[in-house]
Structures are given as C-alpha cells and as structure tokens.
Design a protein around this ligand. Structure first.
Ligand code: NAD
Length: 489
C-alpha cells in the first residue's frame, strides 16, 4: 500500500501515569476507505505494560478512596469534554475504522459520551444487602470495594464506544485501569487521553497502552498485578485469554462473537420488519456483534419477504464513508474483506444463490476510494443450516435468508449454532413472542425491534458468545469485590 503523501502521518503515543510517552517501535495503521497508511501506533510490549500497571497501582489508593460523588462529577466532566469535541471524534473514528461518518456521529461517539454519563449516575444509586438473624442476635451486611487495576481489552468495530463501556464502570467503582484498544483502531482512545487531565482524572487512573494482542494484550493478561480482565472480541482470542490468565485465577468478563438469528413469522408487520432487518444485517458494514446473519422466514411469506428485502438492501449505498448519503463504509482491513468474500464464494460453491451485492452488483467507487476495502450488502438464499455461512461469524455485510415451517422447527434451527448472543423475533402474536423468546438460547432477544438498549439491564452472551454480563448492576458487581460482615450484639 502507498502512503498518503498529502498529509503527515499521525503518530500515536501511549498514555501512562498522566503523560504521553513515545514507544521504541511502531505499527502501521491503514485508512480502510483508501488503503493508505495514515497513522503509526506504538507496538507496546511487556515493558510498556509494566510501566502502565505500576502507574495504575500507584494511583489506586487515592482514586479508590474518593467518594462515589467525586468520581461521578469527574466522569460527567469527561462526558462533556468528549461531547464538546464530538465532530472531531466522529471524523477520527470514521477515518480510522472505515465506518460512515453518519454512524460515528449518531451512534459511536454519542454512546461513548453516554457511557460516562450513565455510570456517573448509576454509581450513586447502588445499595448493598443487609439481613437479620434475631435468634442469633446477629445482623449481616455486605460491602463492595474496588478490586484494583483492571485490564480492559477492546475490539476494532466500535472502538471508543466499547472501550468507554469498560473504562466508565471500572473507574466509577474506584478501580484504576490499563486499557488496550485494538491496534487497528487506536486513534479515538488516544484523543480521549488528551481530555483526562482537564476532566480531573488524576494521573495513573486511566492508562492506555497501544499495540497488538499478541504482545501488549498478552502482557496485560499475564500481569500478576492485574486481577481482572474485561475483554470484548472474538471467541478464539477469549479462549487464549482464559488459558493465559488461568494460572493467576483472574476474574474475567468475556463479550464475544455471535451468529444472530432473526425469526420472522407470517403475521409479522413487514413494513417495520424489512427496513429494521436490513439495518440489523448491514449497519456498520455488518461489523457489530449483534448483527443479524441468519434470517428464518416462515414459508408462506418467504418469497414476498425475499423480494422486498433484497430491494431494500439495494437502497443502501456503499462508498466514501464521509459522504452523508452513504450507508455502507469500508470494512476494517484488506485481510478481513478477503475473509468475508471467501464466505460468499464458499456459499456459491455449495449451491446457494447470491441475490445482491458481492459478485452480483458491480461496485462503483469514487476516485480515491478504489483501493478501499468495500463490499456492498450481500444477501444469500438457499443456504444449508450446516454450511459455514450459517454456522460461523462472518462479521461483514452478508446475511443468509432461509425458509421454515413451524415454531418448534425454527427454535431448534435458531439454537443450532455454537453462539448465543442476540436474536430477534418478528410476530404480532404476543403469546408466540413470549414462548419463542423464552426458548431461544440467547443473552438478548429483541421482538419487533433491534438494538434498543437500556444500559441498566444485563448485556452479554450465552454459549460461545461469552461469560458474564455488563450493565448497571452487572458491571458494578464485576468491578467490585464483595465482603459479608456479621455483627453480633
Ligand atoms: P479480536 O479477538 O481479534 O481482538 C480483540 C482485542 O483483543 C484486540 O484489542 C486485540 O488486539 C486483542 N487481542 C488479540 N489477541 C490477544 C491475546 N492473545 N491476548 C490479549 N489480547 C488479545 O477481535 P476483533 O477482530 O478485534 O473484533 C471482532 C470480534 O469481536 C467479533 O468476534 C465480534 O463479534 C466481537 N465483538 C463482541 C462484542 C460483544 O459485546 N459481545 C462486541 C463487539 C465485537
């Protein structure tokens, strides 16, 4: 790939103990919509992680002894500062990740701001338990205290959104953190570090170490002074993290991949269901763990659904992420685009029909974007349940549509994958909606909608989609250590 000559390379630094520190070696980072190297990211390893963990340990006594209200005020201030720079953050996220500027402006950055506001508020409202044993003359109560230095590792698809979803609860509870964003999307984390001092976050409370999973990530996972790891990413990496952290018996929260079904019954309101299911399949280029990738449609409406669904998918324009009329930006990397394309090829080789997108509709890209990693929304029909396209997480703008006959059958087929993150059910029969939602092996079930979230409630997956939940109460429990005290009078 060529370098962008028109502008100087952006060079990121680690943020350790309240200071930006250069690194001895760097990794190239690409702009996915042009294919150019535009940024250099520190290639941190053991040494940098060691310094960051030390800074976090040193900051812990002061930060953990602040009142929840003091921490809450600092989190709110940080939220205000990010919001003030929302446009700059959105531009940076779009350039770094390939997502559309519209998505970054309306989803990623507002949610990052909200993550800080939400935990700034929720930390003020927790109560601990108390029970009484009159015959023993005892009362029991519980206390919760921050754990220590939290290791936070996040993926490339929703960079600042997912990183702040971890940083906010961790520091609200009084922990200090060492965060490692994805090496492919580190820019907005680095930008956020520039605001920490002004927000009043003391040095060492939030440290950011940039670099690869194999070097910086593993050093963090293996560090004996980091008792808990919150990880969002792939199931494969989670297995590795579990193994590497096992000798230290670390507390783990694992938010992993999905192969999410949408189940569409013949009494569904298709005027709502079709645009929402197009969005749930292709939003953020299909690079959201919650994206739909298996659509089960009841036989009576199958052909009508397919026709209307493909027509709606074709309305989604693919191209330059900074064009406000574009709905599908670039995929994260050349390698990832290749991987997603290979899934489509495999499906074709197995006899499935590609109805639009990859290999069917020619993609015309504006000048400057020809070398970007683009793929338009791709709909595949007649795929067998056992095909890799119906079993594995593709994590791109590809969705499979298949027919089903009965409720019993579709529940079995929807549950017939190793993942269990999110499912959607479309029906106007309230009894059926409850029955099906109850039987789906999935951490989240949306009926007649998608991606409507109340951050108070648990988020997370079953089976290979993860261990643990995050949310107001769940994150509080994860990021604190509980103690039961008994008093006899
Ligand atoms: P990934 O597992 O490759 O990487 C995630 C993070 O882990 C990155 O920061 C990476 O550098 C780091 N990492 C890699 N190897 C490591 C190791 N050995 N030790 C420590 N850290 C390591 O995932 P990705 O490709 O960046 O992200 C896509 C995946 O994330 C998809 O599977 C997607 O479903 C999942 N995801 C899940 C959720 C959720 O909430 N359940 C949300 C978003 C994305």
């Amino acid at each position: 790939p060529t370098m962008a000559h028109s502008e100087a390379l952006l060079v990121l630094e680690n943020f350790i103990g309240g200071k930006f520190v250069p690194c001895s070696s760097y990794i190239d980072s690409y702009n996915p919509s042009t294919g150019d190297v535009y940024c250099r990211v520190p290639d941190s390893g053991k040494e940098e992680v060691e310094a960051a963990v030390k800074a976090a340990k040193d900051a812990f006594p002061i930060w953990s002894s602040k009142s929840p209200l003091e921490r809450s005020q600092i989190l709110n201030k940080l939220a205000d500062l990010i919001e003030h720079d929302l446009e700059a953050f959105a531009q940076a996220e779009s350039k770094d990740q390939g997502k559309t500027i519209t998505f970054a402006r309306t989803v990623d950055i507002p949610r990052a701001v909200y993550n800080f506001r939400f935990f700034a508020s929720s930390i003020l409202h927790h109560v601990t338990e108390c029970t009484e044993m009159p015959t023993m003359g005892c009362v029991h109560y519980t206390l919760r205290a921050p754990v220590g230095v939290a290791g936070l590792i996040s993926p490339w698809n929703l960079p600042l959104y997912l990183l702040t979803w971890k940083i906010a609860p961790a520091i609200a509870c009084g922990n200090t953190v060492v965060a490692k964003p994805s090496e492919m999307t580190s820019v907005t984390a680095w930008m956020m570090c520039k605001l920490l001092e002004k927000a009043g976050v003391p040095p060492g409370v939030v440290n950011v170490v940039l670099g690869t999973g194999a070097k910086a990530g593993e050093a963090l996972v293996c560090h004996p002074d980091v008792p808990l790891i919150s990880f969002t990413g792939s199931t494969l990496t989670a297995q590795r993290i579990t193994e590497r952290s096992a000798p230290h018996c670390k507390r783990l929260s694992l938010e992993l991949g999905g192969k999410n079904p949408a189940i569409i019954f013949d009494d569904a309101d298709l005027s709502q269901c079709i645009p929402t299911t197009v969005r749930s399949s292709f939003a953020n280029q299909g690079e959201i763990c919650l994206c739909t990738s298996r659509i089960f449609v009841q036989r009576g409406i199958y052909s009508e659904f397919l026709k209307r669904f493909v027509a709606e998918a074709k309305k989604w324009k693919t191209g330059n992420p900074s064009d406000p009329t574009v709905s599908v930006g670039a995929l994260i990397s050349k390698e990832h685009l290749e991987k997603v394309r290979n899934y489509v090829k495999k499906a074709q080789a197995e006899g499935a029909r590609v109805l639009c997108g990859e290999g069917v509709d020619p993609l015309s890209l504006p000048p400057g974007n020809e070398k970007g990693y683009f793929m338009s929304p791709t709909v595949i029909a007649e795929v067998k349940d056992e095909s890799c396209c119906m079993q594995e997480e593709i994590f791109g703008p590809v969705t499979c549509v298949v027919a089903f006959d009965t409720e019993e059958e579709v529940i079995r087929r929807a549950n017939g994958v190793k993942y269990g993150l999110a499912a959607t059910v479309w029906s106007s029969n309230v009894g059926r909606v409850h029955r099906v939602a109850h039987r789906l092996k999935s951490g989240l079930v949306w009926t007649n909608c998608w991606l409507v979230r109340d951050l108070n409630l648990p988020f997370g997956g079953m089976k290979a989609s993860g261990i643990g939940r995050e949310g107001a109460k769940d994150s509080y429990e994860f990021f604190t250590e509980v103690k039961t005290i008994t008093i006899k009078h």
